[in-house]
Design a protein around this ligand. Structure first.
Ligand code: ZN
Length: 221
């Protein structure tokens, strides 16, 4: 019996869209929240709103543009090159992003009577982002519960999956085609298979190829 309500932190990308399908299967009611923080590609928030509408879930768009102002990064600034040097955090890392997003999502979740907050962070395939680690999420979960005296549960269905397994999960949820054709993961703002060149596209494609090779789903592309 599905009873509880969840808020999904939703960017319209592969991971958070898979999380949205996961949440819809699990919870009686689901809402989504997308953060606008000066992304170079406005299409990202438009796609998120479109997907939410199509799946019949309420969508909240919150303005967090101060984040781009505070922590200039390659996702918000054309003049910062996307790169990942050995031993350093990639230039796509935004200091404080998940800390702030999850905190604001929690404020919203409490307002709308949701206990669960679902996020697509992942430690397995992560690019070294410290705020995608399980220990960070667990620590923040405790902090949020104490801060608002409310029994939040942060769900991270992708935490221990690699990209191929995330495709497998989407498939199991009946969302494989939807995720493949409708989401935007590319740092260059090109939906579906994307530009094919940026790190996000490469990671997505490698996982898809691996899943296709092992699942007998050949020919779907
Ligand atoms: Zn790309």
């Amino acid at each position: 019996m599905k009873r509880e309500k969840a808020v999904v932190v939703f960017s319209g990308g592969q991971d958070s869209t898979t999380c949205l399908f996961w949440a819809k299967e699990r919870f009686a009611e689901v809402e989504t929240v997308t953060f606008k923080y000066g992304q170079r590609h406005a299409l990202e928030t438009e796609i998120a709103a479109d997907i939410a509408a199509e799946l019949g879930v309420r969508h909240h768009l919150l303005d967090m543009s101060l984040l781009g102002q505070l922590a200039p990064n390659a996702l918000t600034r054309d003049d910062i090159v996307i790169e990942h040097e050995e031993g350093a955090l990639p230039t796509t890392f935004v200091d404080g992003r998940n800390l702030l997003f999850l905190s604001f999502a929690a404020v919203l979740a409490k307002q709308v009577g949701a206990k669960h907050i679902v996020t697509g962070v992942c430690e397995t395939d992560f690019s070294g982002y410290p705020d995608c680690r399980d220990v960070f999420v667990k620590s923040l979960n405790v902090t949020l519960n104490l801060a608002m005296d409310y029994p939040f549960v942060i769900d991270t269905p992708l935490m221990w999956l690699n990209k191929a397994q995330t495709w497998e999960l989407a498939d199991r949820l009946g969302a494989f085609e939807f995720v493949k054709d409708r989401t935007l993961t590319c740092y260059n703002g090109i939906p579906a298979a994307g530009c094919g060149e940026c790190p996000a596209c490469k990671l997505r494609k490698r996982g898809l190829d691996e899943y296709m090779a092992t699942s007998g789903r050949g020919g779907v592309r």
